[in-house]
Design a protein around this ligand. Structure first.
Ligand SMILES: [Zn+2]
Length: 383
């Protein structure tokens, strides 16, 4: 699992006088070149730095060490579809690998700090959820992120572990029940405190609750207001018999449902923006022009959509068709998926990208964007 501690370590890293090598390689099952081959050609681009007299000796040594270590990466053939990001600064003891669930453009950068924007843009699309399975006597928290779930904490009140009312001989049944309710309330308060503590680390975005359908709403009232607002959904489970796999599957379904709702909200917002005449772009042609002038604040892409198009590597112009770039006159490069190029361009300009899975009005446009400013008139593409 990608931990927030690892991401923080990468984001905060500064090599001082030694540079950091950041390398991204996409893993596409249909791609001819293996990741190892493409990593080698990326490393080839930065090899001259190891001889560059304008860098201090330690910097050259560091880059040399980074190249050796990245070239020796093992296990690449086991990567599924997605991307691998590597951040290395051998003289300052940094070597981090992050497997990303979505492909990004192959790229190598050497700079004073790690180049994290593509990684963060991909990870932004996934929610880190806190899953709490709770009943009147136990509460267990899990962290769910992408396809993995791990334990995050539990509350077990010793007084509740073996409820044994036999010792209260002489109590009326009514008083026993009151006593049990008191204990349950105390337990719910402790469980709410556990959730609060977990959210205070800032790691989790949403809360998912599982348990008996008559008990979960009772527990919910013990949560502070700001946590109640984070509830993505609830599921029914018997905490005493559920396996971690049961919990994970149920929580994943809740999260998926939540994300599809979120998809619909994102699309509605952009379509309303366009309808109201505020800066927005609908469809490949408009969105590509918006991407060409760095106008895109948030880009919505229908999941799995691709479209052929053209790119000018000189000016960054993106278009549906044409032979030469209308901005600089250079010949364009054809690409089977110009929407992928658009996504990379938006990320590089600090915009947000969201891949929409839900069936919404986006299907007829494939892409839509909310813009930072109204678009200038688009140049006419060459014949
Ligand atoms: Zn151009």
């Amino acid at each position: 699992m990608i931990t927030t501690a690892q991401i923080d370590r990468i984001i905060r890293f500064h090599g001082d006088e030694v540079p950091v090598v950041s390398l991204y390689v996409g893993v596409r099952p249909d791609d001819g070149a293996t990741p190892a081959t493409r990593i080698n050609s990326l490393l080839h681009e930065i090899r001259p730095l190891t001889q560059d007299g304008s860098l201090c000796r330690r910097a050259r040594m560091s880059v040399r060490g980074d190249i050796e270590r990245i070239a020796a990466l093992a296990g690449l053939e086991r990567l599924g579809a997605g991307a691998l990001a590597v951040f290395s600064c051998s003289e300052a003891d940094l070597f981090e690998q992050v497997v990303l669930p979505r492909a990004v453009r192959d790229r190598v950068m050497v700079d004073a700090t790690p180049w994290v924007r593509p990684m963060l843009a991909v990870l932004d699309e996934y929610h880190r959820a806190c899953v709490l399975v709770v009943d009147r006597r136990s509460a267990e928290a899990w962290e769910l992120y992408q396809d993995e779930m791990r334990e995050a904490g539990k509350v077990e009140d010793p007084a509740l572990r073996k409820p044994n009312y036999a010792g209260w001989y002489g109590y009326t049944e009514h008083r026993v029940r009151n006593r049990a309710d008191d204990l349950a309330r105390r337990h719910f308060r402790n469980a709410a405190r556990l959730v609060d503590e977990l959210f205070r680390t800032g790691r989790h975005e949403v809360l998912i609750l599982g348990g008996h359908p008559e008990e979960v709403p009772v527990f919910t009232d013990f949560l502070p207001r700001h946590l109640r607002a984070r509830i993505a959904g609830t599921f029914t489970v018997d905490p005493r018999t559920a396996t971690p796999a049961d919990i994970r599957h149920a929580a994943e379904r809740v999260l998926e449902h939540y994300e599809r709702d979120e998809d619909r909200r994102w699309v509605a917002e952009v379509l309303e923006r366009a309808a109201a005449g505020r800066p927005a772009a609908l469809g490949p042609a408009e969105c590509l022009w918006a991407g060409s002038v760095a106008a895109v604040g948030a880009l919505l892409v229908q999941e799995g959509a691709t479209a052929p198009g053209v790119v000018c590597d000189e000016s960054g112009w993106l278009g549906v068709r044409g032979d030469t770039c209308p901005l600089c006159g250079k010949p364009v490069r054809r690409t089977p998926d110009v929407l992928g190029e658009l996504t990379d361009a938006v990320i590089e300009e600090g915009g947000t990208v969201r891949h929409v899975v839900a069936d919404t009005g986006l299907r007829e446009h494939l892409v839509a964007a909310s813009l930072r400013f109204p678009l200038p008139p688009a140049p006419q593409p060459s014949a």
